[in-house]
Design a protein around this ligand. Structure first.
Ligand SMILES: Cc1ncc(COP(=O)(O)O)c(C=O)c1O
Length: 408
């Protein structure tokens, strides 16, 4: 499987797939092959422009299909990444929120699925259990207490800190029961497990999702937001070229979604790359990818548990993706990450992974400790080391990691 990647011969062991993934060879090939035809989307009359516009528009339906979105109900809006998608969703939903001015996020979110909501809504956070999993009872209590005032439940489909997969369809059913919609942040999920938004008439359907192509083996600066077309009609949060049907000096008619929501020249090569990545993922088979990564994750836990002085920050229960966080003895997380790179050729991530509230909870920091870190410029910030797998990682790479940690 590894030979599907462009980094096949780089020599480094990459356990930092949760941050970003290397490109598929097919992605690079698709971009190269399309390059001679690259031209302006929507605006030109040349042959290449027509080919480019056709490719750009056609890519949407195949990508929507991959996530089980409905081509009648939903629209796919291309954006830079998950972060930009969530900001757009927050801005768009704020326009029509009315009395529904509450978002329920969770205490395990990436900052990108937290801060954009704070700007436009009152945010409540569903709590977590002692092992860091979403507390479904607390979520339901908050939904019940605020029924009729919650616009949306915003939840990670999979955590970038613990790898836990949330029961999104169960959360969807609960959210709908209390009059709210659901947004699933699929940044960590999309390249690792099959996903299905389900039909709109299913009580547990997912209303909105977002994801980033650079975490799906297609790092060409694109991501997408999928959701009901009607939520994106009218004035967009960000306007300019390509967003209108008609303009005079004092009048305008907005174009239909997705055009009204994609201001400026679109990222066509990004869309080509994402489409090629999805074709490769389908060809590898998402179920097989999930099984391989689950086997790797089991193996990793089994090995890591035996390392003297290791502290693991999640349980091993499924469903989960291959993201594992830990600290070793009293070694500072960044020092360990640097040593892994310098001495064992292993790339990992360390720190708080843009999920500071969650990491603070998992580390068991007190309010006093958090305040000390907040105001000090000299204190080294607490954190963890994270390893995260892609479909191409292998057990023998994990053996090298375990050996290194055992002997460090
Ligand atoms: C769970 C989660 N959500 C959102 C994001 C933001 O993704 P991006 O940086 O591609 O916008 C990340 C990035 O790591 C993530 O892990």
């Amino acid at each position: 499987m590894r030979n599907m990647l462009i980094t096949e011969k780089s020599g480094e062991i990459n356990f930092d797939n949760a941050a970003t993934t290397p490109p598929f060879k097919n992605v690079i090939k698709a971009v190269k092959e399309f390059a001679p035809f690259y031209s302006s989307v929507h605006r030109g009359s040349g042959k290449n422009s027509r080919i480019s516009s056709g490719m750009y528009e056609a890519s949407r339906s195949e990508i929507m299909d991959f996530f089980g979105a409905s081509s009648e109900r939903d629209v796919l809006i291309y954006l830079k990444n998950t972060t930009e998608a969530i900001n757009k969703l927050s801005n768009q939903l704020a326009c029509s929120a009315g009395k529904k001015n509450i978002i329920i996020a969770t205490s395990m979110e990436h900052h990108s699925n937290d801060l954009p909501w704070r700007k436009n809504f009152s945010v409540l956070y569903a709590g977590i259990t002692p092992s860091g999993r979403l507390d479904m009872n607390d979520l339901e209590t908050k939904l019940k207490k605020n029924a009729g005032r919650v616009r949306l439940v915003a939840v990670a489909a999979a955590s970038n800190v613990t790898g836990y997969v949330n029961p999104i369809h169960q959360i969807a059913e609960l959210s709908h029961k209390y009059g709210a919609e659901i947004f699933a942040d699929c940044a960590q999920y999309a390249a690792h497990l099959p996903f299905d938004m389900k039909k709109r008439d299913a009580a547990d359907h997912i209303d909105y999702i977002a994801f980033s192509a650079h975490k799906m083996y297609a790092p060409f600066g694109i991501g997408a937001l999928i959701g009901p077309r009607k939520s994106f009609e009218g004035a967009p949060d960000y306007s300019g070229g390509g967003t209108v049907k008609f303009v005079t000096a004092n009048e305008l008619i907005w174009d239909e979604p997705p055009n009204n929501q994609e201001a400026g020249t679109p990222n066509l090569l990004g869309a080509i790359a994402l489409l090629a990545a999805i074709k490769s993922l389908k060809c590898l088979d998402m179920q097989k990818i999930a099984e391989h990564e689950a086997e790797l994750t089991d193996y990793a836990f089994k090995n890591l548990k035996s390392v003297v002085g290791i502290k693991l920050f999640s349980d091993f229960l499924k469903p989960r993706i291959g993201v594992i966080t830990f600290n070793l003895k009293n070694i500072y997380h960044k020092d360990l990450a640097d040593a892994l790179s310098a001495k064992a050729g292993i790339a990992v991530r360390s720190g708080c992974f843009c999920a500071q509230p969650y990491v603070q909870r998992l580390l068991g920091l007190s309010v006093e400790e958090i305040n000390r870190y907040k105001t000090s410029v000299s204190l080294r910030r607490p954190g963890m080391v994270r390893i995260s797998f892609g479909f191409y990682n292998r057990k023998k790479e994990l053996d090298i990691l375990t050996d290194f940690l055992q002997n460090y």
